[in-house]
Design a binder for this molecule. Structure first.
Ligand code: AKG
Ligand code: FE2
Length: 304
């Protein structure tokens, strides 16, 4: 039997590669013409967007978000089943559910030097080296080459190695083409490459994070209820119209998806959303408190 094409390999195989190297490139994940059409649809947005300000975002780089409204075709990227399978494998053990962290279009113009190598997880001031907080997917909108600013990655610098000294080498250029996807962990060292050609390099980064973290792109402002109502339920949940136990992300003590179904909700009761372990502790506490009260009441009744 012939070996299966790489793109047909399952999420578990790619999870293995991602976990061992800190990144992997999945070829042919979407048809090239779909990405070419998405790229063309974003032409006006790239044209209108000013250059970024600041050494991290890059003065010869354009960036914008809100991609799910700017180009509905970008929804296919956000909800790609292989990607979601891999992300679920990596982040699933540490949260109830994953969430979209951001979608950002990035256009690196000629003359932009290489971005400072960094780890995206370093935006969170918490313990590093034990769990993964993020998985990012870079979808090239054109060819990514050594010369035009392909994302640079330092393989093996992830996980526990993320707390070690910075490596000295130049890393690798994640060369690939439209339809391919570069997956990299939040703990792996990487950065946008220098563009030494005469044409801009375009890509879309789709990031996912643990469902209890603050998202990078504020999804409720990017996609307020009147917009999110038009999305499929799975996408609504992915962008944060969803509770995360215990009682996180509430609207009036309930799941924020109440804002997407029917008209404006009336007065709402706050409803516990707890893990089974938390629910058990609370139930035991309530039962003991009731028993104590009953005993105290009986004592005071008999004293009268
Ligand atoms: O544009 C790229 O290739 C990577 C950009 C990046 O890593 C970032 O902005 O955090
Ligand atoms: Fe980054």
């Amino acid at each position: 039997m012939p070996a299966p094409a790489l793109a047909l390999q399952g999420a578990d195989d790619w999870t293995g590669r991602l976990s061992s190297q800190g990144y992997c490139i999945i070829p042919g994940l979407l048809p090239q013409d779909e990405i070419t059409a998405l790229n063309a649809a974003l032409d006006p947005d790239f044209a209108q967007t000013p250059f970024s300000i600041g050494g991290f975002f890059g003065a010869r780089t354009k960036r914008f978000g809100r991609l799910l409204v700017r180009a509905p075709a970008a929804r296919r990227l956000a909800e790609h089943p292989t990607v979601l399978g891999v992300v679920q494998n990596i982040l699933g053990p540490w949260c109830d559910h994953i969430q979209l962290n951001l979608m950002q279009a990035i256009e690196i113009h000629p003359g932009e030097p290489a971005q400072m190598p960094h780890r995206d997880q370093d935006m969170y001031p918490c313990e590093k080296g034990r769990i993964e907080y993020l998985v990012n997917v870079m979808w090239p909108l054109g060819i990514f080459s050594e010369d035009n600013g392909a994302t640079r990655i330092w393989p093996g610098t992830h996980g526990a190695a993320a707390t070690a000294e910075l490596p000295s080498g130049a890393g690798i250029a994640a060369c690939c083409r439209p339809g391919d996807a570069i997956l990299f962990l939040g703990s792996v060292l990487h950065g946008g490459g220098a563009n030494r050609t005469a044409t801009p390099r375009r890509g879309i980064v789709v990031g996912y994070s643990l469902g209890w973290l603050k998202p990078y792109e504020n999804p409720w402002l990017a996609y307020p209820p009147e917009i999110a109502r038009q999305f499929p339920e799975s996408l609504q949940a992915l962008i944060g119209y969803r509770q995360h136990r215990p009682n996180l992300n509430n609207y009036e003590g309930q799941c924020p998806s109440v804002l997407l179904r029917g008209g404006a909700p009336g007065p709402l009761a706050a409803v516990d959303a707890l893990t089974p372990e938390q629910a058990e502790i609370i139930t035991a506490y309530v039962r003991h408190a009731a028993a104590r009260n009953a005993t105290a009441q009986a004592a005071s009744d008999s004293a009268v």
